[in-house]
Design a protein around this ligand. Sequence first.
Ligand code: 3PG
Length: 306
Amino acid sequence: MAKILLATEKPFAPVAVEGIKDVAAKAGYEVVLLEKYTEKQQLLDAVSDVDALIVRSDKIDAEVFDAAAQLKIVVRAGAGYDNIDLTAATAHNVVVMNTPGQNANAVAELVLGLLVFTVRNFYNGKAGTELKGKKIGILAYGNVGRHVAQIAKGFGMDVYAYDAFCPASVIEADGTKAVESQDVLFENCDIVSLHIPATPETKQSINYALVNKMKKGGILINTARKEVINEPELLKLMEERSDLKYITDILPDAAADFEKFEGRYFSTPKKMGAQTAEANINAGIAAANQIVGFLEDGCTKFQVNK
Ligand code: 3PG
């Protein structure tokens, strides 16, 4: 009987765990749970006899692969797989997949929720502003970016996007205005929402020069990864420009330094973007189905370490 380990430092909603167990049971597989673990050793012990692993942002490095002699597949139940050492996975002959799009709506809803919270002065009772008519710039038009565009249009916002890999024609076909560079996006928009993955090219790419292109009163919102922000440069800019706001779903390394920008900075204490029952069900069940498809039929759709 194949064994699937669901290792989630930040647990799924119980209903999603039940859904994963149902999919596994139908295939005759066993599911074991490791939730809210605090020590890496707990993960190393738990992977020792499993065939498949489902994780979220849990760090899966070479040491984990070394400890998992039977492991054949890891599915990151979510979009970004920067938490998984793909080179080590390939070296251990382990297939890695993600579940693209499954939690995109949840993240996009959080973006608009955080924006309402921000333009209403964090609900402090003072008169704020509205999102209607404001220009929002979406940096990277993937699954989350597209959902943000759709919801922002519902708010009556003027929606722009830049994506280095998605053709302008695809963006425009969606009724979103494509711009020619990220510089132009920052120059033109009142709000910029980040949806780029953390890659060697994007790490620290949101820097002083880029954010300083924003107009007076600009809002930068990050529901992507903290690694894409050049934190020392953003801190310096926020010291110099008292009009800028930074809103994030990923606690910065220098959180204490950002805290001093009262009324201009907000971070969720723990990444909340994908933390809905629906997103957990979608991503978790997709992950379980992908494992069954791979172990039964060798299906490698969504493999990311090809
Ligand atoms: C993702 O990459 O799918 C999101 O950042 C969600 O991450 P999480 O599963 O750790 O909440």
